[in-house]
Design a protein around this ligand. Structure first.
Ligand SMILES: [Zn+2]
Length: 348
């Protein structure tokens, strides 16, 4: 099992989930915990997002109020999956803003202060009665790019998000890199300007301190939605500089960049990023590298969450014993229970 790739072609991914198909189409519940909104959706084994519910996060409410809002969204989607779409949900994937503990056993999203070490994965599993797996939102997006986005068919790449902050995920040899505490891929803290601005992490000149939406506002006094040409060009250059380090270090030739700031700055940003990348990634293995825009758009985080669910199902141990507690479903037991013999990891 250790050699199963995390990133498979879309058709193979579907095969995995549809193996031993029942009478109904199979799907996953995706949960996206962002700093400013929660989203829950139903995603088929082929990556189609067929329904979703969203709600804005009110930062001033209690931790349990956040959870109650999440319960409402989950309940709504469980009901729609059953009644409107007639799909069988086989797992839940969660992508969460960080920091997180491995598998989202606890999460402490920076923009949700009431959730400090909140036991997100166990609570969602208890709520749905489905095997539940979690990861950082940026790593989830990296999986989504390999599944259905700009990195389809590519085994080595980095995915970056440049929006309010800067996040990233790294895929090497087809595997999403976790690191010692499951927090690998923080490209936002690569240093791109040694004498630059102080970063929230305490260092100076991190990519996030130079190129994020918050950094651009602090540097220019203007919203990143009203950038000057110089701002778009400089932001692209900073991202290209970080991309060059990633490509040189990890032998990559693809960096996929999404996020409202990068995509909003469009061609000016991407041209500048590629010029900088080509100037700084000049070794024989990195010379061909390029920065390309994400094409997943706003469905990316939920597709990524579903990919986390698929990855979790694939990595469960084979033995007959389920890796996750067979917690009784709180509702709709026939609709939401996964089979105890696990068809997803028992394959050849
Ligand atoms: Zn930093």
């Amino acid at each position: 099992m250790d050699h199963e790739p995390d990133v498979a072609r879309a058709e193979d991914q579907a095969l995995d989930i549809d193996e031993a198909p029942g009478p109904r189409r199979r799907a996953l519940l995706g949960v996206d915990i962002g700093g400013s909104k929660f989203a829950v959706g139903v995603i088929t084994s082929r990556g189609e997002l067929i329904d979703r519910s969203m709600a804005k996060v009110d930062p001033d409410v209690s931790g349990e109020s956040h959870y109650e809002m999440l319960v409402e969204l989950v309940d709504e989607q469980l009901e729609l999956a059953e009644d409107r779409h007639d799909v069988e949900l086989v797992a839940v994937g969660v992508g969460s803003a960080g920091p997180i503990a491995p598998n989202c056993e606890v999460v402490s999203p920076l923009n949700i202060p009431a959730w400090s070490d909140f036991p997100l994965r166990p609570r969602v599993q208890e709520l749905t009665g489905l095997p539940t797996f979690g990861d950082l939102d940026a790593k989830a997006l990296a999986l989504a790019e390999g599944w259905l986005g700009a990195a389809q068919g590519v085994s080595n790449y980095c995915a970056m998000t440049v929006s309010t902050g800067v996040g990233g995920g790294l895929v090497l040899d087809g595997r999403l890199i976790d690191g010692a505490t499951a927090n690998a891929g923080h490209v936002g803290h690569l240093i791109v300007e040694p004498q630059g601005r102080r970063c929230s992490c305490g260092a100076r000149g991190c990519l996030e301190a130079e190129a994020s939406g918050l950094a651009i506002e602090a540097l220019t006094g203007r919203s990143p939605t009203e950038p000057s040409y110089e701002t778009m060009e400089r932001t692209g250059r900073m991202v290209g500089r970080a991309a060059a380090s990633m490509c040189n270090l990890f032998d990559l030739d693809l960096v996929v960049v999404g996020g409202s700031v990068a995509l909003g700055f469009a061609a000016t940003f991407f041209n500048a990023a590629n010029l900088e990348l080509h100037a700084r990634a000049t070794m024989s293995h990195s010379r061909q590298a390029r920065v390309v825009p994400s094409r997943l758009e706003e469905r990316g985080p939920l597709i990524g969450a579903a990919a986390v669910g698929i990855r979790g199902l694939r990595r469960r141990p084979i033995s007959g014993a389920p890796a996750t507690d067979p917690t009784p479903a709180r509702r709709r037991p026939t609709a939401t229970r996964a089979p105890l013999t696990d068809p997803y990891t028992a394959g050849p």
